[in-house]
Design a protein around this ligand. Structure first.
Ligand code: NAP
Ligand code: MG
Length: 402
């Protein structure tokens, strides 16, 4: 078989620890034997971020803007321990935060479903994708403790110097206050990313807030989504046979639990933080969660939702056998390759990525899986394999499908 040719380079962001090991294995075993892989490579491994004063992270994000599609390996977000461990010049910021800020994107997380790993919610048959707004609210809050006898007010000083005031509370006894904000532009970007992604994957979009209680703040989110939908997306949604549906967050939670899945659920920042962990856990395994950052102008960055799996890496460094699940990282690659195939009109590449996904799911459904899944799977016969054997088993099935 001739190797599949690519046209536009895929932005490749390499990363850290166990996922860096998996990254290379995936390329060597499953990609480069079949594809003339054309990537623009950025090494986001912590050592290189430090060596380049983190310039490499910024460069990789700008390249993603330029080419439109990236695939990213998990990376270490340094803390004090990592600064010592890697002798860093600085406690560099989270690469995901930097990339997200440059692309102004929204993160969509979806589980990979396989037979044998059953969701805890037995009626969930299709993936539920969570979209989390990634700016503001409680994550950019200002908080104070308030002594007894104090009065707290909200004051907005406008550009012309005039003020708008509102009493928050007259504190007879001590208490606490919190100020939150968001920005119309950020909410609009979030909404656009959600509408575009729904059209892209042809699934209904749900959005929920608490606008009955928060009549200005949450209501603003609801209005921005609604106005954009009516003015720019309604026709396209109708043509695609999908719908946009707004409901209160508590009603959404009840409906999600009763549903069979198969839609995107857009959430405000805090709701998305909480609900994405709930949904990921209920689907069975963090190692099976994929993640894609979508910008409002249609730029895509694919990755796994999990981290660098540090504990497994230390075992690997000591020469121990590891059984780390590579599915989410593999699906980051197939997602990115499919998007490149779509944009550049390369059906062979799309077909290959589809078959690679099928082969990997089939491997697990045949009972061959990594340790994390072996402990969850309800299949009667299962074999736990190490990181590399799993990928080789996927390759055996891929060869059959090709
Ligand atoms: P983690 O890498 O997601 O791993 C936490 C635990 O979850 C692992 O120890 C392992 O459990 C299990 N796990 C996660 N992914 C797995 C997989 N693919 N296969 C099998 N088991 C898996 O989270 P962490 O240990 O808290 O973070 C490690 C580093 O990752 C940190 O430096 C953090 O900054 C970084 N991080 C990066 C990203 C990103 O780049 N998107 C996201 C999150 C965290 P057992 O040990 O029980 O087997
Ligand atoms: Mg969280």
């Amino acid at each position: 078989m001739d190797k599949i040719k690519m046209i536009t380079p895929l932005v490749e962001m390499d990363g850290d620890e166990m996922t860096r090991i998996i990254w290379k294995m995936i390329k060597d075993i499953l990609l480069t034997p079949y594809i003339d892989l054309k990537t623009e490579y950025y090494d986001l491994g912590l050592q290189n971020r430090d060596a380049t004063d983190d310039k490499v992270t910024f460069d990789s994000a700008y390249a993603t803007k330029k080419y439109g599609v990236a695939v990213k390996c998990a990376t270490i977000t340094p803390n004090a321990e990592r600064v010592t461990e890697y002798k860093l010049k600085e406690m560099w910021k989270s690469p995901n935060g930097t990339i997200r800020a440059i692309l102004d994107g929204t993160v969509f997380r979806s589980p990979i479903l396989v037979k044998g790993i059953e969701p805890f919610i037995s009626n969930w048959k299709k993936p539920i994708t969570i979209a989390r707004h990634a700016y503001g609210d409680v994550y950019r809050n200002v908080e104070m403790t308030v002594p007894a006898g104090a009065k707290a007010e909200l004051i907005v000083t406008k550009a012309d110097g005039t003020e708008e005031r509102a009493l928050i509370h007259d504190f007879k006894t001590a208490g606490i206050i919190q100020g939150q904000h968001n920005i119309d532009k950020s909410i609009e970007s979030f909404a656009k990313s959600c509408f575009n992604f729904a059209l892209d994957i042809k699934q209904d979009l749900w959005f929920s807030t608490k606008d009955t209680i928060s009549k200005k703040y949450d209501h603003r989110f609801k209005d921005i989504f609604n106005d954009l939908y009516e003015s720019e997306y309604k026709d396209q949604f109708e043509k695609s046979g999908i719908s946009y549906f707004y409901t209160l967050i508590d009603d959404a939670v009840a409906r999600v639990i009763r549903s069979e899945g198969g839609y995107i659920w857009a959430c405000k920042n805090y709701d998305g933080d909480v609900m994405s962990d709930m949904v990921a856990t209920a689907f069975g395994s963090l190692a099976m969660m994929t993640s894609v950052l979508v910008s409002p102008d249609g730029v895509y960055e694919y990755e796994a939702a999990h981290g660098t799996v540090q504990r497994h890496y230390y075992k690997y460094l000591k020469g121990g056998d590891t059984s780390t699940n590579s599915m989410a990282t593999l699906f980051a690659w197939t997602g990115a390759l499919k998007k490149r195939a779509e944009l550049d009109h390369i059906p062979a590449l799309n077909d290959f990525a589809d078959k690679l996904e099928k082969a990997s799911i089939q491997t697990i459904e045949d009972g061959i899986m990594t340790g994390d899944l072996a402990s969850l799977s309800t299949l009667p016969n299962k074999t736990m394999v190490n990181t590399e054997t799993f990928l080789k088993e996927v390759n055996n099935r891929l060869i059959q499908l090709l």
